[in-house]
Design a protein around this ligand. Structure first.
Ligand SMILES: [Zn+2]
Ligand SMILES: [Zn+2]
Length: 381
């Protein structure tokens, strides 16, 4: 850790940079070095961690101030504890929205002050049609979540002045006590038993929520799925999670994990889509044009050249799926040609084929010659 770089240098900003400069620079550097964009690249991984550490410090006014005063050698050691900075897990989605801010907000927040009472996050899975990848999708769903009780406005008491700050914990909801374990004295923090961690004492409790201040209610959530979405992507809806315990505090967030329905014939490879096309011997040899309905509601024309072979692929540019979060147009459709062999054959066709068999034969070479030629092709000779 001897040659630790200057945090301002890491974020490529000046000493006087404003909060929004810091955020902007962090966002763009983090996107560049995010592990999702740099798989198996330890250099990028280190850089990503370095940027995170610099941002954690410089985005926090108190920590930034200490850094400006002492640099990396502040009294009391690393602000991240004896192990130093461990890195945080940031979803690349959060770099586009503001999701990363709350992650960093918690790094020092927990130890300095009483953490703000915050409701739980919710995760639900939701399936969208394949079409959603192409054009995006507006959707709505109904969820049941712990919400602030409407009968008592979340107070928990029937009367407006029926709540008071808990005297045992001074409204913090947590109590500290010292426990002795052998020779060691250890500070233990736990939920306050008098107010069950709520920080308030409720008199004349509300019938609807039994003094809890929140109750299960169903609500409708409208959301948009962006084009290019993939299985497992999560859409974050800020503030639509559970209400916080006790009065006040922030709602948790709702995460909608998207599952994309299977297409009847396409497989997806990021923005490209692949399909197999069964085709008969005559069409392979003579070439043909096949037209099928496509996901963009326009006909997809597949031009099979003459003398095609089973296993050949035809690529149609620009008719695949959009690239996630970029306007670089659409990916491609790749069509794999497969020789279609019928399960049954009519007598007439059989008779015709028997007559054809000799004509189809590749006359000029012997059997051994054609087998050898095939082997050479396979071996790349
Ligand atoms: Zn209490
Ligand atoms: Zn109530």
């Amino acid at each position: 850790m001897g040659d630790k770089r200057d945090y301002y240098e890491v974020l490529e900003i000046s000493k006087g940079a404003s909060d929004s400069d810091i955020k902007k620079s962090f966002r763009s550097l983090a996107r560049k070095y995010h592990p999702d964009k740099n798989p198996n690249n330890p250099d990028a991984e280190n850089k990503f961690k370095e940027i995170q550490e610099a941002y954690a410090i410089l985005s926090d006014p108190q920590e930034r101030n200490k850094y400006d005063t002492y640099g990396h050698n502040r009294p009391g050691g690393s602000p991240f504890g004896p192990g130093g900075f461990q890195g945080v897990n940031i979803n690349i989605d959060d770099l586009f929205g503001g999701g990363f801010e709350s992650i960093f907000g918690q790094i020092f927040g927990g130890s300095r002050s009483n953490r703000r009472n915050r409701g739980g996050d919710l995760l639900i899975r939701h399936t969208v049609p394949f079409q959603a990848i192409l054009s995006g999708w507006d959707d709505e769903l109904e969820i049941e979540a712990l919400n602030s009780c409407p009968k008592c406005d979340g107070r928990g008491s029937k009367n407006p002045d029926g709540t008071k700050s808990c005297p045992s914990c001074n409204g913090r909801g947590r109590v500290q006590r010292v426990e002795r374990v052998g020779p060691f004295a250890q500070q233990v923090v736990s939920d306050c038993p008098s107010c069950k961690g709520n920080g308030v004492i409720v008199s004349n409790p509300c019938n609807s929520c039994k003094g809890e201040g929140r109750s299960h209610q169903s609500k409708k959530i409208k959301f948009s799925v962006p084009p290019g979405i993939a299985n497992g992507n999560r859409i974050k809806i800020t503030g639509q999670g559970e209400a916080a315990r006790g009065n006040g505090g922030d709602n948790g967030n709702l995460y909608i994990e998207i599952e994309v329905e299977e297409h009847p014939w396409f497989e997806r490879d990021e923005s490209d889509i692949l399909m197999a096309l069964p085709i008969n011997y005559a069409d392979l040899l003579l070439g043909t044009t096949i037209e099928i309905p496509h996901i963009d509601d326009k006909i997809l024309k597949i031009k099979v050249p003459t003398m095609s072979k089973p296993g050949d692929t035809i690529t149609i540019q620009g008719r695949g799926l959009p690239h996630m979060r970029s306007s670089r147009g659409r990916g491609s459709v790749t069509v794999l040609l497969k020789l279609e062999i019928p399960n049954k054959i009519s007598k007439t066709l059989k008779n015709k084929l028997v007559k054809l068999r000799d004509d189809i034969k590749i006359s000029s070479s012997t059997l051994e010659e054609s087998i050898t030629e095939e082997a050479n092709k396979r071996r790349g000779k």
